[in-house]
Design a protein around this ligand. Structure first.
Ligand code: ARG
Length: 603
């Protein structure tokens, strides 16, 4: 794999060297290089350095300028204002660097992160026997993007789908099935689950079976105290590993997986069965986790429960609110499972980083769980634990997204609606009627699902956002459709170039003088690799989304200002502009693929 240093990084290094030479002995520090409107870059770091060295900033700046002989990438460097440096790059350098990227293969010369390690990422964790909702969408979409970005940066990634497949609700469900065996025959056994595939119909059927059993058993649970008792005893049997109970539990899980996989399939997302390790997967560790916590004194008995206390976690009454690891009735909760999972992920999976893509409303839970694990010595200084916390999805009214009846909106319904609207947009755009029906449906799906994902990924995860389908599938503004159109339009130009009487293909011509729009596009395209690395280490896919949107916008300006396939253009100009088109398209494709968004070749 060849990696290509970005122009920004090269200039930055040259300035660092020049600063070090101008201030021998001093800690050279950061030149603070920024893209600028005046020149290609401005560097403001001289000011702070001069202050530290008690020197005159303009004099220091002049010294730096003197030591950099223009040539190579830097065409011009001059002092401006109180001691800023304005730097202009050579056109040749921009095209040459991009040509090196184009030749470097699929990664476009992107280097790996300097110190890759192992990240265990906890994402896409729906709950068994329950519908998936928009919260599960966020975890899945953001998590999948992070998996791709981390792997792209060279990290070893272990995926964990911590599904809710354990606990008291299962006692109720299983007991109901035992008492109403006919319900069993109506479910189809979940053969598709193990394969990790399921079509939409099987998924919906599975969920409707589960939903029915859930409602019926819940009704019995609420109405009949004796059934309630039997259900409670059933939980104990389940946790003790009783065979018949476990077999029925498996049917629930498998049936649910058929449903999950059908939704993930619709989301165009690759979820693998061995990575689904739900809460039940840590059942065998719960006892030991509690014992270790109690023996080390990290957890103490309080009102019969095993608890961990924190100075800064208090309720409205001013009393400390503990993390309950084991309830007074002996049952284990969510925290015991998460603590056991940490032990597994650190000691067995050898994680350097634990990343949790979970709703911000669970932040207190994770804060307490991480702190407990630190006290217990399971999370050492060499292991990072991070919650990539995401905000709430809001409806048009700005309140958490609900149906008119006040129920949670089903994720499948939203996705279907997004696909429907996007398909209408694709159909409308196809004025000449070149697309067949199958193509319209395929692109409509790619546009609709892309739109939903992009809306989720393009704002910073911590913020709430409004689920607004009209805006999401709009051709204007910061949407995936806008990016997909930019990509498709480039493909169409490339096809037209190839079909000319004298076919024209992309080729770099560093000897040409660049127009302003070409420079801006080229310089931005050159920043891709660094942007991905930064977005990855910040756990901020929205930074990558913003970069891609900017790239598509710069392309639009370029396309408006610079004719590509014009008869008046000399051959070299046509080829060089096709080259800029091509590198833009390749960058868009790599970037959008990292975000999990398809790039259809035509729209
Ligand atoms: N299943 C949970 C939910 O739907 C999310 C699980 C998050 N992961 C974890 N390790 N606790 O809210």
């Amino acid at each position: 794999m060849t990696s290509v240093t970005s122009l920004t990084a090269s200039v930055d290094q040259r300035l660092k060297d020049a600063l070090a030479a101008a201030l021998p002995g001093a800690d050279a520090g950061d030149p603070l290089l920024r893209r600028s409107d005046r020149a290609d870059y401005q560097a403001n770091g001289v000011l702070a350095l001069a202050k530290k060295a008690k020197g005159n900033p303009r004099e220091l700046a002049a010294k730096v300028v003197e030591s950099i002989t223009p040539g190579g990438a830097i065409q011009e460097i001059e002092v401006s204002g109180p001691g800023f440096l304005n730097i202009t790059l050579a056109d040749r350098a921009i095209i040459e660097n991009l040509a090196a990227r184009a030749a470097a293969g699929d990664r476009l010369g992107a280097p790996h992160a300097p110190h890759p390690g192992t990240t265990v990422i906890d994402y896409a964790q729906p709950n068994v026997a329950k519908e998936m909702h928009v919260g599960h969408l966020r975890s899945a979409v953001i998590g999948a993007a992070m998996v791709n970005m981390l792997e792209f940066s060279g990290e070893t990634v272990v995926r964990r789908h911590h599904i809710g497949d354990w606990g008291t609700a299962f006692g109720m469900l299983i007991q109901y099935l035992i008492e109403h065996p006919a319900e069993l025959d109506r479910s189809h056994g979940g053969e598709d689950a193990a394969a990790g595939t399921a079509d939409a119909e099987a998924g919906l059927e599975a969920m409707s079976n589960l939903g029915r059993v859930y409602k019926l058993s819940k009704a019995a649970f609420d109405a009949d105290p004796e059934f309630k008792d039997r259900a409670r005893r059933r939980v104990v049997e389940l946790q003790a590993g009783d065979e018949q109970t476990l077999a029925l539990w498996h049917r629930f899980v498998d049936e649910s997986k058929v449903y999950f996989y059908s939704v993930f399939n619709k989301l165009d997302m690759d979820i693998r069965d061995p990575d689904v390790v739900g809460e039940s997967g840590y059942n065998d560790m719960l006892d030991e986790t509690c014992r270790l916590l109690e023996e080390s004194g990290v957890a103490v008995r309080s009102e019969g429960a095993l608890c961990v206390f924190f100075d800064d976690v208090k309720g409205p009454d001013g009393n400390q609110v503990p993390l309950i690891v084991k309830k007074s009735d002996g049952g284990y909760g969510y925290a015991a499972t998460d603590l056991s999972a940490i032990r597994d992920r650190v000691f067995h999976l050898k994680a350097d980083t634990l990343l949790y893509v979970v709703d911000a409303r669970q932040s207190l839970h994770f804060k307490m769980v991480f702190e407990t694990a630190r006290r217990a010595g399971w999370l050492g200084e060499d292991v990072d634990a991070v919650q990539l916390a995401f905000g709430t999805v809001l409806g048009a009214d700005g309140k958490p997204f609900k149906t008119r009846a006040g129920e949670t909106v089903r994720l499948v319904d939203l996705l279907d609606e997004a696909i429907e609207r996007a398909t209408a947009v694709v159909r409308e755009k196809d004025v000449k009627g070149v697309l067949g029906e199958a193509e319209i449906v395929e692109r409509g799906t790619q546009v609709g699902i892309g739109a939903v994902k992009y809306a989720d990924l393009s704002t910073s995860a911590a913020r709430d956002y409004k689920f607004d389908l009209d805006q999401m599938v709009s051709l204007q503004g910061d949407t995936s459709v806008y990016l997909q159109y930019a990509y498709a339009r480039i493909q169409s130009i490339l096809r037209r170039g190839a079909a000319l009487p004298e076919p024209a293909a992309p080729a770099a011509h560093p000897e040409l003088t660049l127009a302003e729009a070409e420079r801006a596009l080229g310089l931005h395209a050159d920043e891709f690799a660094q942007t991905v690395l930064d977005a990855t280490s910040d756990y901020a896919p929205h930074k990558l989304a913003a970069y891609l949107y900017q790239l598509a916008s710069l392309y639009t300006t370029f396309y408006d200002k610079c004719h590509v396939l014009s008869d008046d253009n000399p051959r070299e100009l046509v080829e060089n502009r096709l080259f800029l088109c091509d590198i833009t398209a390749r960058t868009l494709r790599v970037g959008m693929t990292l975000l999990g968004i398809r790039t259809p070749e035509s729209l």
